[in-house]
Write a protein that binds this ligand. Structure first.
Ligand code: NAP
Ligand code: ZN
Length: 354
């Protein structure tokens, strides 16, 4: 037996997303089945649906910012019960025995994690052989990859925490951002706006570094203390050597030198956006001030739950534009133009009208 699922899928790099029906597995002993209520639109969904990160496996159902209610459980499930509000992020499986998995860093699984979509489904999920994401009405997931959503958080505005939230929370924690640090968040999109909120909540002095002058006022409302326009050469020059930490969410390859120049001696810039070649990096920028550049991938399951609990405690959610699934293609185009405040979230109830 399988579960019939309604979804929206991409069928080629150039096609728009269209309604698509497929089947998911019935719950195994450790699985939960979730009625999906909301799913965020991450820029990674667009990169994947359009084969910008290598040839995708079509049909591809994107979506890894999933919030919904448990509607069925396998008989060995202990963490969740029918009716619970839960979330699923970018991961649905990993090997569970390598050093990274043992440390709760499943995103760095030495044997390769299984992503929520477009990943070979090693334990068998759908007839299509590849995992299918959250632009759908139901999903079956091993309970170890299902997160508890704290009470009181708006479910739609919580959905993007499952990727945009953890991807910014994790490096800020790992590099010890706290009171007294001057932190720059580069790019005010889905990830960037959460980076601002988290860095502010951790007590840092936060500078929003943006290409869009009109986003300045918003950045301050989100928690930024200052705004630095990266296209303003004079302002960038004046800000040289002043940052303790930079979180760079720019979604494409770019010249990193103007940003590295902003770092103090021994400070670090973490790349989370450009999953591709950076067009220019001058070694002298690192050598003369012992600066660092690093990368970071989402976060493991324990840290994702910690982030959600932190959001529950501090009442932090995402600023979203809620849409119907029928508007997903327009939302993709607007996201690529940096025209979203600050995350599109799809109401999956709209799927039944497809
Ligand atoms: P997004 O909502 O499109 O935001 C990206 C922001 O970057 C834009 O709003 C814009 O902000 C700025 N930007 C865009 N193009 C730029 C350019 N050419 N030069 C300088 N700035 C530019 O995207 P997102 O969903 O936040 O995702 C950002 C990137 O992170 C994507 O590539 C995504 O695939 C990746 N990602 C990585 C991870 C990970 O684990 N590392 C997880 C999720 C997503 P301004 O208007 O303020 O300049
Ligand atoms: Zn994402």
């Amino acid at each position: 037996m399988t579960i019939n699922v309604l979804s929206y899928a991409s069928h080629s790099a150039t096609d728009s997303l269209k309604p698509f029906k497929f089947e998911r597995r019935d719950p195994r002993p450790n699985d939960v089945v979730i009625d999906i209520l909301f799913c965020g639109i991450c820029h990674s969904d667009i990169h994947s649906a359009r084969s910008e990160w290598g040839e995708a496996n079509y049909p591809l159902v994107p979506g890894h910012e999933i919030v919904g209610r448990v509607c069925a459980t396998g008989d060995k499930v202990v963490k969740h019960k029918v009716g619970d509000m839960v979330g699923v992020g970018c991961l649905v499986d990993s090997c569970h025995h390598c050093q990274s998995c043992n440390e709760g860093l499943e995103q760095y699984c030495d044997n390769g994690f299984t992503a929520t979509y477009n990943s070979e489904d090693k334990i068998g999920g759908t007839p299509e052989l590849f995992t299918m994401g959250g632009y759908s009405d139901k999903i079956t997931v091993d309970e170890r990859f299902v997160l508890h959503i704290p009470e009181g958080l708006d479910p739609a505005a919580t959905a993007p925490l499952l990727c945009a939230g953890i991807t910014t929370y994790s490096p800020l924690k790992h590099w010890g951002v706290s009171v007294g640090h001057k932190v720059g968040i580069i790019g005010l999109g889905g990830l960037g706006h959460m980076g601002v909120k988290f860095a502010h909540a951790m007590g840092a002095f936060v500078v929003m570094i943006t290409t869009s002058p009109e986003k300045g006022m918003d950045a301050k409302k989100l928690g930024a203390d200052e705004v630095l326009l990266s296209t303003d050469g004079v302002a960038m020059e004046a800000a040289r050597n002043s940052f303790d930490f930079l979180l760079n969410t720019i979604p494409v390859g770019h010249n990193v030198d103007p940003y590295i120049a902003l770092l103090k001696r021994d400070a670090t810039m973490v790349i989370v956006g450009a999953v591709e070649s950076l067009t220019q990096v001058n070694g002298a920028q690192f050598i003369f001030r012992r600066r660092h550049m690093a990368g970071s991938l989402i976060g493991g399951l324990p840290e994702t739950q910690e982030m959600l609990d932190f959001c529950g405690k501090h009442n932090i959610v995402c600023d979203i534009e809620e849409i119907k699934i029928q508007d997903v293609n327009e939302a993709y185009d607007r996201t690529v133009k940096s025209d979203v405040k600050y995350r599109f979230v799809i109401d999956m109830g709209s799927l039944k009208d497809s």
